[in-house]
Design a protein. Structure first.
Length: 736
């Protein structure tokens, strides 16, 4: 077999599963616990650092981070076994208090006192900090004692140090400490920085002479440094006497200080144990337990993979993907049995007739002005008196009009004015807003139909008196139609985990805004109602939800409002509710924000939601297909600088795809990053995170000790990529 010589400049190309003869120089069969740096070469991976043991933590449930800023960083767990959130600071590892809400909502016991829990936790955390401080002081005292104790007697040390340099391209060895002995005449040169007899810190000893006081010739090291022998020297270690460095008084002082530190530490440990016992009691009092989780709790029976987390500023939203959303059963007030008669024209020698349930009520005006003066108010008062004489009917004069009500339905019609608009009545609807009176019963609701053929232009208005009086002058304001569901059931919607001013995290439902105007045609219920929500996201100052094939976004700047403020016009900040369409069934799973739009990932197709206008609005938003790759629904895509990465799985292995050059109207460029390692990343990974600054994509599985990493470097059109893996000392619980 012939020998092959090959120059490999580095090993930065990482793992390749191609046959050896097809590998590029720099590719390897395996790379474990390494870190490829394109400037420094292949390095050892950074080491881990133990921060703290997490109080009351269990290796189960859904783990997630809350990364608000440099001073607000937490690692969190939802334990689906006992229905409890637990939170620890990433800075000091200490627990934080969590208020799980009411007994009815989450099962948190009524005996749980959050104030006492927080107080005892603060005391316990302070005790831990005190113990840490006392332990540090004890270690310092023990170190001082050890130095004082070791320094009580004279000691011996071996000195030998050689400096190797390359001067002008030549290799040189220089003895810094030790003994040089000339081979030709036996002269010895003792080198040590503490020799102060001359500027070079050396002592010269003739052959057979006595070594300097406190120095003894040590082991011969000439064979280890042949360059000295070439120059005519032998080299030796030198054994040096070191005088006692500490007095007995210093030892006594150090012993006393160590005893004091030990006592202080023991006291701190005892106090910490006492404080922990008090906090443990409060934790037990607030424990929920599997048996006490209410059947209607939002996260009841949610598996870890059903729970999605989204943090926006101070709010962390918790989504149960297995929960079907709903509206509350309560409805807006039903349309009462009422009518309003409007008198706009006063005519003499006229019979003003209001017919209620076939009963005609008439008021006749004088023949001429000389007969008597009259006005609309007089006519209304007379007709109201007549109508009030009917059984079950109540009439009240309101300026130049009459408000009529009854406990049962009734019919009404008018006649007798000199013009159609001079006298008319309306009940639950009217055809033109201009016909509405400026005086009416407070709270009267009417539907302005505008067009009888189209319901989309209908608008409901309610009369509001200017001074809150029962009736009189006022204005008509837009309102919701009668008998309609208007409240989103917050118990079926994502909840929030919010850090309060006192440091307590509170888990509670979100106060979603009610539908205040319109009806099911002009201001419909959001399309996610009655369905499960797959994902939450934040884009262009809107809170967004994915449900089946729909993308639903809140009003701009009003994150908890999914209804329009007016049914008359479509405003730019109104909610957006779009559907992604395809020849295949669509179910949208997660999103990524880019400079050109929002990428929306489905299991077999990827879309981009964008707008050609400056403002993202209901009328300008569009959604188009940009690729048709299989995409795993359980592992969220990640952004890596200007690229986006997603996973596709087979039965045994996972593929990593990287999206580049995203455009609104054209297909994206997609590169498979696992082409040369098709059987490297297993199919059971459940986490993918990225570091855009380091151009790293990391893939792992909760409960596994192996992390697979992909690092790349782009320069112009050239893309260099590396695959490698890290074996951790412990299993991974949460990656971020």
């Amino acid at each position: 077999m012939s020998t092959i010589s090959q120059r490999i400049p580095n090993l930065l190309l990482g793992v390749s599963q191609q046959p050896d003869k097809l590998k590029f120089p720099g590719q390897v069969r395996e790379a474990s616990n390494v870190f490829p740096d394109y400037a420094l070469g292949l390095l050892k991976r950074p080491g881990g650092k133990f921060e703290a043991e997490l109080y009351d933590a269990e290796a189960r449930g859904r783990w997630f981070p809350i990364l608000r800023d440099a001073n607000e960083k937490y690692v969190c767990q939802y334990d689906n076994t006992d229905g409890q959130f637990r939170i620890w600071s990433l800075i000091d590892g200490k627990p934080r208090a969590v208020d799980m809400g009411t007994t009815a909502a989450t099962g948190q016991p009524s005996a749980c006192n959050i104030t006492n829990l927080k107080s005892d936790l603060d005391t316990y955390n302070t005790a831990q900090s005190t113990t840490d401080t006392e332990l540090s002081d004890l270690h310092t005292a023990q170190s001082d004692f050890q130095k004082a104790n070791d320094g009580q007697t004279k000691t011996k040390v071996n000195l030998f140090d050689v400096d190797v340099t390359y001067k002008n391209g030549y290799y040189e060895e220089t003895l810094k400490s030790g003994v040089l002995e000339r081979i030709d005449n036996g002269q010895r040169i003792v080198k040590d920085d503490s020799l102060t007899g001359n500027a070079k810190n050396v002592a010269v000893v003739a052959k057979g002479g006595t070594m300097p006081t406190g120095y003894v010739l040590g082991n011969n090291r000439t064979d280890d440094y042949p360059w000295f022998k070439r120059d005519g020297y032998r080299v030796y270690e030198v054994e040096k006497d070191v005088a006692a460095t500490h007095t007995s008084g210093q030892l006594t002082t150090a012993t006393t200080a160590m005893g004091t530190a030990q006592t202080a530490y023991n006291t701190a440990v005892t106090d910490e144990g006492t404080k922990k016992g008090l906090y443990d009691a409060e934790v037990t009092a607030c424990a929920i337990g599997a048996a006490n989780i209410p059947s209607g709790a939002y996260l009841k029976d949610a598996d870890p993979e059903d729970i999605e987390i989204l943090t926006i500023n101070d709010y962390t939203f918790v989504l149960n993907k297995n929960k079907t959303t709903a509206m509350k059963s309560t409805t807006s007030a039903a349309q009462p049995n009422e009518a309003f008669v409007v008198i706009r024209t006063v005519a003499y020698n006229a019979d003003y007739k209001v017919t209620v349930n076939s009963t005609v009520n008439t008021h006749s005006t004088p023949d001429t002005v000389s007969g008597a003066t009259t006005d609309a108010g007089t006519i209304a008062a007379a007709l109201a008196t007549a109508i009030n004489s009917m059984s079950g009917i109540t009439a009240v004069q309101v300026g130049p009009g009459i408000y009529i009500s009854s406990n049962s339905a009734f019919t009404i019609s008018t006649s007798g004015s000199s013009s159609e608009e001079g006298l008319f009545a309306f009940q639950e609807k009217i055809n033109l807003a201009s016909r509405l009176p400026n005086q009416c019963e407070n709270g009267y609701i009417v539907r302005v139909t505008n067009s009888d053929d189209v319901n989309a232009d209908d608008v409901y208005v309610e009369f509001k008196t200017s001074n809150g009086a029962a009736r009189g002058v006022g204005v008509w304001e837009e309102t919701i139609g009668p008998g309609l569901k208007f409240e989103i059931d917050e118990t079926t919607m994502p909840h929030q985990l919010v850090r309060q001013a006192n440091g307590v995290f509170k888990y509670e439902p979100v106060d979603w805004t009610d539908r205040l105007v319109g009806d099911n045609d002009t201001n419909p219920i959001p399309s996610f109602i009655g369905k499960k929500i797959n994902n939450m996201f934040f884009y262009r100052n809107r809170l967004g939800l994915l449900s089946n094939e729909a993308v639903i976004m809140s009003r701009a700047g009003d994150y908890f409002n999914f209804f329009a403020n007016s049914s008359q016009v479509v405003a730019a900040d109104d909610p957006i509710d779009l559907q992604a369409t395809s020849v295949r069934p669509v179910s949208l799973n997660y999103t990524l924000s880019t400079s050109v739009g929002l990428i929306v990932f489905g299991p077999n197709e990827q879309f981009i939601l964008s707008t050609d206008a400056d403002v993202l609005s209901p009328t300008t938003t569009k959604i188009n297909t940009i690729s048709t790759f299989e995409c795993d629904p359980s592992v969220d895509a990640v952004a890596v600088g200007t690229a986006q990465a997603f996973i596709s799985k087979s039965n045994l292995y996972s593929k990593l795809f990287v999206m580049l050059n995203i455009q609104k109207e054209a297909a994206a460029s997609i590169d498979e990053a696992t082409q040369n390692v098709p059987e490297y990343v297993p199919s059971d990974i459940d986490t993918m995170v990225s570091s855009p600054a380091m151009s790293i994509i990391s893939l792992g599985k909760a409960g596994s000790d192996t992390v697979y990493q992909h690092r790349f470097f782009i320069q112009g059109d050239t893309r260099v990529q590396t695959w490698y893996k890290w074996k951790l000392l412990e299993t991974c619980g949460c990656s971020f």
